[in-house]
Ligand binder design. Structure first.
Ligand code: SAH
Length: 345
């Protein structure tokens, strides 16, 4: 796995380093602050549009210290307003980032960001891991997804639920989230990180009480089936994952969410629901049920609304909080599990 040289850009620097760099290019320290604010608060991604900076400095910055390294190489907008961006980094690698408008207009969007190019977990129902892992994203490459997302429109929340397994690129993720909480101003409760839940990594993470909400992708109450559906977790009992989730709650005081993709005829029977309920009863966690979104090669079935509702009822009747989440952006391949690292159809 080869990592690229980090590009020299304004947002690959800390705010203090950015000031020094801008001064070196003939500007003043506050010009660096203005440029960053224009990108974060107004969604400007081009110095030319930052008319509060002197024209000469704008030209100098554009030539010597670009704002970002990525290019937006494709954009698809779904009928529900969801916007999927394909971003290409200087080494030619790409990821997808999804801007999901709130159902209530004017309340800001949720941005779904990627942490890796490809994914080593290789869940058979997900497009993101089809080719395995290509490389980790560097923290500025995660930051840039937020800047491109902000350029689409205001952001109210973020989910780290795009391509990749966040706990396997954790240092870069944490560094990027510092920026998101600081300069972008999204609070810790507005950021959710979703993982397949490697117990040791989760426990190490819980120990520093990181500033985000946690979601764990579970997908089956049964060891053997979970190992098929989440191959990188083979050998790790479901109970160990749940115990790590319990520790997360004990250490952070924040409840977590378990995600469960509903695959028609595979893991959506009343028996699965009852066994899941038995596992989760009494735990400080809720469940998001995600009906499978079709992925060409995968060959799973999408359950109908009644099946999803029946599954939810079993959980709720057992005292487990559960919600069915129909994904947005489905018809433009921007929904959960449909993100990939090549230009889509
Ligand atoms: N790799 C992380 C982040 C992805 S989050 C994780 O697995 O948690 C996206 C959620 O969508 C995960 O729960 C994932 O399992 C789920 N998902 C993947 N493919 C899907 C599909 N085709 N339909 C619905 N959900 C899917």
């Amino acid at each position: 796995m080869s990592q690229p040289e980090p590009a020299r850009t304004l947002f690959a620097l800390s705010p203090a380093e950015a000031e020094t760099a801008v001064v070196r290019l003939g500007g003043r320290a506050f010009h660096a602050r203005i440029a960053r604010r224009e990108a974060c608060a107004r969604g400007l991604l081009d110095y030319a549009a930052m008319t509060s900076l002197p024209a000469e400095l704008r030209a100098r910055l554009a030539a010597e210290l670009p704002l970002v390294s990525a290019r937006e190489t494709a954009r698809r907008t779904a009928r529900d307003g969801t916007v999927k961006l394909l971003l290409a980094f200087p080494d030619g690698r790409t990821v997808e980032t999804v801007w999901i408008p709130s159902r209530k207009s004017g309340t800001g969007a949720t941005l779904c960001v990627s942490t890796q190019v490809g994914c080593p977990v290789r869940c058979p129902f997900c497009a993101s891991g089809k080719d395995g892992l290509v490389r980790n994203l560097e923290w500025p490459e995660i930051v840039e997804q937020y800047l491109f997302g902000r350029a689409v429109g205001a952001l109210a929340r973020s989910v780290v639920m795009g391509i990749g397994e966040p706990l396997l690129n954790y240092a870069n993720l944490l560094r990027a989230l510092e920026f998101v909480r600081g300069e972008l101003g999204l609070g810790a409760r507005k950021i959710t990180v979703s993982t397949v839940g490697f117990p040791e990594r989760l426990e190490r993470a819980a120990a520093d009480d990181p500033a985000f909400q946690l979601a764990i992708s579970l997908h089956s109450p049964d060891d053997e089936q979970r190992w098929e559906l989440v191959p990188a977790m083979r050998g790790v009992p479901v109970e160990d994952v749940l115990a790590a989730g319990d520790r997360w709650f004990e250490r952070t005081g924040r409840e977590l969410t378990y995600e469960y993709v509903l695959l028609g005829g595979t893991n959506d029977s009343p028996g699965h629901a009852a066994r899941l309920a038995a596992r989760l009863r009494g735990r400080r966690a809720s469940v998001n049920l995600i009906p499978y979104n079709p992925v060409d090669e995968a060959g799973y079935a999408r359950p109908d609304a009644e099946t999803a509702e029946r599954f939810r009822r079993v959980l709720v009747d057992a005292g487990v909080v559960a919600t069915v989440r129909w994904s947005r952006g489905l018809e433009s391949d921007a929904a959960c599990g449909q993100l990939r690292i090549r230009a889509g159809k």
